[in-house]
Design a protein around this ligand. Sequence first.
Ligand SMILES: NC(=O)c1ccc[n+]([C@@H]2O[C@H](COP(=O)([O-])OP(=O)(O)OC[C@H]3O[C@@H](n4cnc5c(N)ncnc54)[C@H](OP(=O)(O)O)[C@@H]3O)[C@@H](O)[C@H]2O)c1
Length: 279
Amino acid sequence: MNYITSNQNVSIPCMLYGTAWKKERTADLVSLALEKGFRGIDTACQPKHYEEALVGEGLKRFYQTGGKREDLFIQTKFTPLSGQDPQRLPYDAKAALEEQIIASCNISKHNLCTDYLDSLLLHSPLFPYAHLQRAWRTLETLCENKDTCQIGISNCYDLSLLEQLYYDAKIKPSVVQNRFYADTHYDKQLRLWCQEQGIIYQSFWTLSANPHILQSHTLQNIAHQYAKSVEQIFYRYVTQKGMIPLNGTTSSQHMEEDLSIFEFTLDNESIEKIDRLLH
Ligand SMILES: NC(=O)c1ccc[n+]([C@@H]2O[C@H](COP(=O)([O-])OP(=O)(O)OC[C@H]3O[C@@H](n4cnc5c(N)ncnc54)[C@H](OP(=O)(O)O)[C@@H]3O)[C@@H](O)[C@H]2O)c1
C-alpha cells in the first residue's frame, strides 16, 4: 500500500475501503478488506447508510489476528440532522449542534473500538455559514483534544465556500471527500486549489459514477496496453493524479485487483488521454 502524508502529518493509505450500504455483511467485508491489504477504512455515524458498530467488529477481528491499531487509518463522519434517518438518530435531535458533534464523535470511537480517530469529516456543509463555523470550531476542539488526528469536509462542491472555511479555520481541513463525477466537471478547479493548499482530495463513486469513462475506447485501449482491467486503469489514474479513491467493492477478487494497481505506473501519454475524457 502507498501512503500520502496530510497537513497534520497523518499517513493516509492511497486507497480507502468504503463501508456504506453493506448492512449485515459489514463486519465480514471489513475483515476481508483488511486481510487483503486495505489499511484505511471510511465510515460514518449515520445508521441510515452505515453499520459503524459492525465496522468495529471487523476491526476487532483484525486485532485478534495480530493486526495493530497504529497500522490503520480510521476515518468517520459527523452527519448533520438533515442527512440522518429521523427514526434512527445516533444523537439527540434537540441538543445543540456542538453537543451533537461531540456525542457523534464519542459514539464513533465506541463503535470503532478506539480512543482516537485518524480523521473526522463533516459529512456536508451546513447553512447558514454561521452553523458551518460552529461545527468547524467543534471539530477543531476535538482535534486539539486528540479525539481525532485531523479534520475535513465532504460533499463540498462550492470552491468559494471551501475557501472561506479554510481562511477562517484555525485548524485547516486536511481532506475534502467528494463525489467524482461529470456534473461538477470532476471538481477540476477545486482539486487544483486543494493541491495548492496541501488538502487531500478523496473521491467517492469513482467507478459507479463513471460508466461512460470505463466503457470508452480510450480506457479500453489503455487497459489492453497494460493488460489490466478498465477499473484498475481508472483507479490508477485517480491515484497518480494525487487523489485517494474510496473503494466499496464487495468482491474478494476486486479487492486484490484494486490493491495491485500500485504495482504499475501509467505513462504521461495515458494520463493525458484520460485527462481529456474528464470534462
Ligand atoms: N461522503 C459521502 O457522502 C459518500 C457518499 C457515497 C459513498 N461514500 C463512500 O465511498 C465508498 C465507495 O462508494 P461506492 O461503493 O458506492 O462506490 P465505488 O467504490 O465507486 O463503487 C463500487 C462499485 O465498483 C465495483 N468495483 C470495484 N472494484 C472493481 C473492479 N476491480 N472491477 C469491477 N468492478 C469493481 C463494485 O462492484 P463489486 O462489489 O462487485 O466489486 C461496486 O459495484 C462508500 O462505501 C462510502 O464509504 C461517501
